[in-house]
Design a protein around this ligand. Structure first.
Ligand code: GRG
Length: 304
């Protein structure tokens, strides 16, 4: 029984992730049935149920449980973060942005449904994410916590988060003189902001104190940056098939990345330092922090 794993001496992360992925997939599948007009629901479901590690909802669930909350309390918020993440991937893949043909090993949304429906599918997922949190979070979660979650999610994806990071990233395209500061701005906004919202919202739903929210913020900022450094390393070391990217698109050659600034070995060392700093923030939570600790280590050891 995976509910008991934080109390066990050894923690089986792979079994934990598999179980949590299953729970999340089932909730996402249930959240969006196909009704009229079918085309838009099919397009939303095509990307939402296309696989992926489900790291964001799992972080949200794990943090809520660590702070004494339940899966039922946090599931609408967990589904919402995966919907927001998926919409950002759909829009990121469009011809006007990264122009990618493949995502998660499948043709991108616009390749199947066309640009207009892909844009609308992203918009539909984004709107539904907020509707879900606002209307489906159970009544044992005080409404002020729900309001805080809505505000945190909105901030993480707007111009202060994903959108801001994407704009600077688009501006940087093809330039070889991007500074470390700009690169870090891009990743803090494009990647770390949503990961932070996943962790912090999980904590808020469980009623975390402001001191604990600060700890969770530092944990998630560290894993967010480590995640991106590892992503940059994988862009160089993993095969295109593993990454599910378009054939012939060599991102590592075009873009300034952490490995291009620091080299692969130093990038690995920095990612490791960030993970250790992240885990240090979890010390006060003792054994209950095992899942979040193991997820932090998984970020540096993953191969896709
Ligand atoms: C949010 C309104 C709004 C617009 C979106 C397009 C855009 C603005 C932002 C781009 C955000 C983006 C694509 C960031 C990259 C994030 C990232 C590291 C994706 C890969 O995440 P994984 O490895 O993927 O967790 P899986 O497939 O496992 O979920």
């Amino acid at each position: 029984n995976l509910q008991k794993t934080p109390e066990e001496a050894t923690f089986n992360l792979l079994a934990y992730l598999k179980e949590r992925q299953k729970i999340c997939e089932a909730a996402l599948d249930k959240a969006i049935p196909i009704i009229y007009p079918e085309k838009i629901y099919e397009s939303m479901r095509y990307s939402l149920l296309a696989g992926g590690k489900r790291l964001r909802p799992i972080l949200c669930l794990a943090t809520c449980e660590m702070m004494g909350g339940t899966i039922e309390m946090v599931m609408p918020a967990a589904c919402a973060v995966e919907m927001i993440h998926t919409m950002s991937l759909i829009h990121d893949d469009l011809p006007a942005m990264d122009n990618d043909d493949y995502r998660r090993g499948k043709l991108t949304n616009h390749k199947i449904y066309g640009d207009a429906v892909a844009i609308l599918a992203g918009d539909g997922l984004l709107a539904y994410a907020f509707e879900l949190v606002a209307t489906q979070t159970p009544d044992n979660v005080p409404k002020d916590r729900v309001l805080q979650v809505v505000a945190r999610l909105a901030r993480a994806l707007g111009a202060a988060g994903l959108v801001g990071g994407q704009v600077v990233d688009l501006d940087s395209e093809g330039k070889s003189d991007i500074s470390l500061e700009t690169l870090t701005f891009i990743h803090n906004h494009k990647t770390a902001a949503l990961l932070e919202a996943c962790v912090v919202c999980g904590g808020i739903i469980a009623g975390a104190s402001s001191e604990d929210v600060q700890r969770l913020t530092r944990y998630s900022q560290n894993i967010g940056l480590a995640f991106q450094i590892v992503d940059d390393i994988l862009d160089i070391t993993a095969t295109k098939e593993q990454l599910g990217k378009s054939a012939g698109k060599d991102l590592a050659a075009k873009k300034v990345t952490y490995p291009s600034l620091w080299g692969i070995e130093e990038s690995r060392a920095k990612a490791q330092q960030l993970i250790e700093a992240a885990c240090a923030e979890l010390k006060p939570f003792g054994k209950l922090a095992q899942p979040l600790e193991a997820i932090a280590h998984f970020i540096t050891s993953r191969n896709h």
